[in-house]
Design a protein around this ligand. Structure first.
Ligand code: CTP
Length: 409
């Protein structure tokens, strides 16, 4: 189960040199479990064929508004009416203009007029066409109607130049679709802070003390909170993952920087999810020049870092829901329970990193959630099976949302 499982997605494809990328998007949406109905505009059919999308979706592909559609009696409105989300990728200047002015002269335009579902547009076009006041006015009209715009981005354009107008990366388009689907979710209107990754504590300009955290769990949590409608701030240590679409991103290096950023973002937030593997110690002194090798032993003196979760508790008390993690190598229950109380958390998500499929850098995790005694939102100890990290994230976010609701009631 993920954010797209069973969702009815209408994918509108317009005619652009980027049209071929819609096939990859279509395939990804199908693989994520969505039921995808594709509409190709007349111009799109000059670039890609219905057969491509029919093969990818194993469903009828819609083109002409006047064509016989044996399985839909009034397809010009029905596709839009039954959709959970409509995504137009790539969206050309012509289609943006058609939508902004409310035309109903092709199947895609009719579908957008008839739908009550969120609409996501991923524009792609020449830089001058994009910058033209007419296009910008159309975009302003559409975004004022809560159409969700993703991109374009600056980069190489088919004309052989670099400029604004390139289709956004497809991960961002999928992120925007997920966000649009969840905009009235359990955390709609709430601010949620998520920390992720390890911290790097410098020794000199080229070396640091750090840990093996990949950031995958924290990034999945940030996306899951976004998909539940939250305004998410992701405070991230150095990791090699792309920034998730639709979250406010704060890059930090050290534990002290993470503490400052987390305390600032937690002001007024409904929840903090501390998935970061914060370094407990940092070198007492940081050399300004690269430390040189000598034949002697090297001793590094370390001093404790602040406990960020405990600091949030002492500053804000229970004004926000606090979710912590405990990556253990044994004594999981005892350690998780101790940390729950010591740090003032509402929930500790614990895992044994020595278990297969549960360690750093894996794509799965087996988590047990430990809650305070008498928690009305679920059992005090809840064992989750080994699951992909995005599914674990969805379950933790669901419990967090329930805690937010019970705290604010
Ligand atoms: N944490 C924190 N600040 C720190 C260290 C940890 O906020 N300086 C948070 C982590 O993000 C996590 C929780 O506290 O949510 C538990 O982290 P963990 O490293 O397991 O706990 P420690 O208190 O460091 O205990 P130990 O390393 O001794 O197990």
């Amino acid at each position: 189960m993920n954010a797209l499982t069973g969702k009815r997605v209408v994918l509108g494809v317009c005619g652009s040199i980027a049209s071929f990328k819609a096939a990859q998007l279509c395939s990804s949406l199908v693989q994520l479990g969505a039921e995808v109905d594709v509409i190709l505009t007349e111009s799109a059919r000059e670039f890609v064929t219905p057969l491509t999308f029919q093969a990818l979706t194993r469903r009828t592909v819609y083109t002409d508004i006047h064509e016989a559609m044996p399985d839909l009696s009034s397809a010009h409105v029905e596709l839009g009416m039954r959709a959970d989300v409509v995504v137009i990728c790539p969206a050309t200047a012509t289609t943006l203009s058609r939508l902004a002015h409310g035309f109903a002269d092709d199947l895609l335009a009719c579908t957008v007029l008839a739908t009550r579902a969120p609409v996501v547009i991923a524009p792609a076009m020449n830089v001058n066409m994009w910058n033209h006041p007419a296009t910008q006015a159309n975009i302003a009209t559409l975004t004022a109607r809560r159409v969700c715009q993703v991109g374009p981005v600056a980069g190489y354009l088919a004309e052989g130049i670099t400029g604004m107008g390139r289709l956004s990366p497809l991960e961002d388009v999928i992120g925007a679709v997920r966000q649009a689907l969840g905009r009235n979710g359990a955390l709609a209107g709430r601010c949620v802070v998520v920390t992720a990754g390890g911290t790097h504590e410098p020794l000199d300009p080229v070396r640091f003390v750090g840990n093996r955290s990949s950031g995958k769990m924290g990034y999945a949590l940030a996306e899951a909170a976004r998909d539940a409608g939250a305004d998410v701030t992701l405070v991230s240590g150095p990791v090699s993952l792309p920034q998730p679409w639709g979250v406010t991103f704060v890059q930090v290096g050290t534990a002290s920087q993470m503490a400052d950023a987390t305390l600032a973002a937690s002001e007024g937030a409904a929840a903090l999810i501390m998935a970061a593997a914060v370094a407990d110690y940092r070198p007492v002194s940081v050399a300004d020049q690269k430390m040189k090798r000598s034949g002697d032993a090297l001793r590094i003196e370390l001093t404790p870092n602040p406990d960020i979760l405990a600091s949030v508790t002492s500053r804000f008390g229970d004004a926000l829901v606090k979710v912590g993690f405990a990556a253990e190598t044994g004594e999981v229950t005892a350690e998780a329970t101790r940390k729950l109380h010591a740090k003032g958390a509402h929930l500790i998500c614990a895992n044994d990193v020595t278990e297969a499929g549960s360690g750093f850098g894996t794509d799965t995790n087996r988590v047990t959630m430990f809650a305070r005694g008498g928690d009305p939102t679920g059992p005090e100890v809840e064992h989750l099976p080994t699951l992909p990290k995005d599914e674990v994230a969805r379950l933790i976010v669901a419990r967090t949302a329930a805690l937010v609701t019970s705290l604010r009631r």
